[in-house]
Design a protein around this ligand. Structure first.
Ligand SMILES: [Zn+2]
Length: 371
C-alpha cells in the first residue's frame, strides 16, 4: 500500500504540491515506514518509543522524532538482514572522524536512483548530454561500498551520453586535473549543452583556482555545473556562494545561474535539494525539510534560521526518514517562491558547531545488535 504511494510520489511532479498537501501525503507514509524500520532495528525502536511515542499520534511530519545524523557514525543502524544488503554507503571521512555507514537494500537502491533522476529532470531537463566529471574515475569504482562522491557521480551519470573524468591521481594519491583532457572535451562539444559535476571544494581548488592561475577559460555557454558537498571548507577560505558561482561561470564561459548547488547527504542518497532559479532549495514530493530552532527544536517560522532536518520516504533498510543534520538554514518561505515551485523553500546558511544531542547515543548503546 505505502509502496504504491511512495512510487507515485517519485514518479509524479516533484514541486507541484502545496505544503498542506505535502504534509497530508507524507504523514501516513512516515508513520508506516518508521514502524517497519523500528521492527527490524531494535535500537531505533527504542529511540522511537522514547522520543516519538506511538506513530499513530503523529499529526504532521514535524511530529516524527528526528534522529541526529551523527548516530550513523557511531552505530551501524540496519533494519534489514545482512543477505538483503546490496550496498554500503560511506561518508567521505575527514581525518580522524568515523565515516557514516549506511546499509542499502534493493528497494532503497532502486528508489534512490529513480528519485535523483526525477529531481534533476525538473532542474536540468530530460536529455542526455556529454558529462565531464570533475573528479577521478576511481571515485565511482565498483565494489560493495560506495562513497558519497561516488554515489552522487553515478546518480548524475544517468543524464550522460558520454562520460569523461577530468582528474587522475598522481603518484602521491593526490587529485590532478588533466587540462588536455578537459580542453579536448570542450572542443569536441562546442556550442552544445554539456553537464559537469564535482564536489564543491574539489571544483573550487582543483578546477576554478587552477584554471584562473593558468589563465584557462572555456567557451561552454551551454554548460550546467552541478556541485555538492558542503560549504564548510569554502567558508574557511572565505568564499561565498555568489563568488563561487561567478568565478566558476567565468571559467566555463557560462552564466552564473547555470552553476547549481545541491544539498544532500550520504544518509539520504537520492533526496537532494537543488537551487531553483531564485536561489532557493525546495523539497521534492517524496521528501520534506523542517528548520528547527536551536535549543527548543520547535519548527522555525518563515524568516527564521534553524537546524536543517531532512525527511525522506526512500529508505527501507535503515532509519533515515527524519534526520537532524548538523547544518543551519533559513526558512525563506512556503508555497510562494518566485520560481513557481510549491512547498517550503530554504537556504543553507552554515554548519552547526558541534551539535550534540544527548540521550540518543545512550539509547542506542543499550543494543546488543549494534557493532
Ligand atoms: Zn524556487
Amino acid at each position: 500500500m505505502i509502496t504504491r504511494q511512495i512510487d507515485a510520489l517519485i514518479g509524479g511532479p516533484q514541486y507541484a504540491a502545496t505544503q498542506s498537501e505535502k504534509d497530508a501525503a507524507l504523514t501516513p507514509i512516515l508513520r508506516e515506514l518508521c514502524r517497519e524500520v523500528a521492527d527490524g532495528c531494535p535500537a531505533y525502536g527504542r529511540f522511537l518509543d522514547k522520543f516519538g511515542g506511538d506513530p499513530d499520534s503523529w499529526r504532521r511530519p514535524a511530529d516524527v522524532p528526528p534522529l541526529p545524523v551523527s548516530m550513523f557514525k557511531r552505530f551501524l543502524l540496519s533494519a534489514a538482514p545482512p543477505e538483503k544488503i546490496v550496498r554500503e554507503l560511506l561518508s567521505s571521512s575527514t581525518s580522524g572522524q568515523q565515516p557514516s555507514r549506511i546499509v542499502v537494500d534493493k528497494t532503497t537502491a532502486f528508489r534512490q536512483s529513480r528519485a535523483l533522476v526525477a529531481i534533476l529532470k525538473e532542474h536540468i531537463g530530460n536529455r542526455r548530454r556529454p558529462f565531464l566529471v570533475l573528479d577521478t574515475a576511481d571515485s565511482t569504482a565498483a565494489g560493495d561500498s560506495l562513497t558519497a562522491r561516488g554515489a552522487a557521480i553515478r546518480g548524475v551519470a544517468n543524464f550522460a551520453s558520454e562520460t569523461v573524468y577530468a582528474m587522475d591521481r598522481d603518484s602521491g594519491g593526490d587529485l590532478s586535473i588533466q587540462w588536455d583532457r578537459v580542453g579536448d572535451f570542450f572542443d569536441r562539444h562546442r556550442g552544445v549543452p554539456v553537464l559537469l559535476f564535482g564536489f564543491t571544494f574539489i571544483v573550487w581548488t582543483r578546477f576554478v583556482l587552477e584554471a584562473e592561475r593558468r589563465g584557462a577559460a572555456f567557451d561552454a555557454s551551454e554548460a550546467v555545473l552541478l556541485h555538492s558537498g558542503g560549504w564548510k571548507k569554502l567558508a574557511d577560505q572565505a568564499v561565498s556562494k555568489d563568488e563561487f558561482s561567478g568565478r566558476a561561470a567565468a571559467v566555463l564561459g557560462a552564466a552564473p545561474k547555470s552553476i547549481l548547488d545541491f544539498y544532500g547527504m550520504i544518509e539520504q542518497v537520492g533526496t537532494v535539494y537543488v537551487d531553483c532559479e531564485a536561489g532557493n532549495k525546495h523539497a521534492p514530493a517524496f521528501a520534506d525539510v523542517i528548520l528547527r530552532r536551536p535549543l527548543s527544536l520547535e519548527p522555525a517560522e518563515v524568516g527564521q534560521t534553524g537546524i536543517i532536518e531532512v525527511l525522506s520516504t526512500l529508505p527501507t533498510s535503515y532509519p533515515g526518514h527524519a534526520l537532524l543534520t548538523e547544518d543551519l538554514g533559513e526558512l525563506v518561505g512556503v508555497d510562494d517562491c518566485p520560481c513557481g515551485r510549491k512547498g517550503k523553500y530554504f537556504r543553507f546558511t552554515s554548519r552547526v558547531e558541534r551539535a550534540a544531542i544527548r540521550g540518543c547515543g545512550d539509547t542506542f548503546a543499550q543494543s546488543r545488535e549494534l557493532t
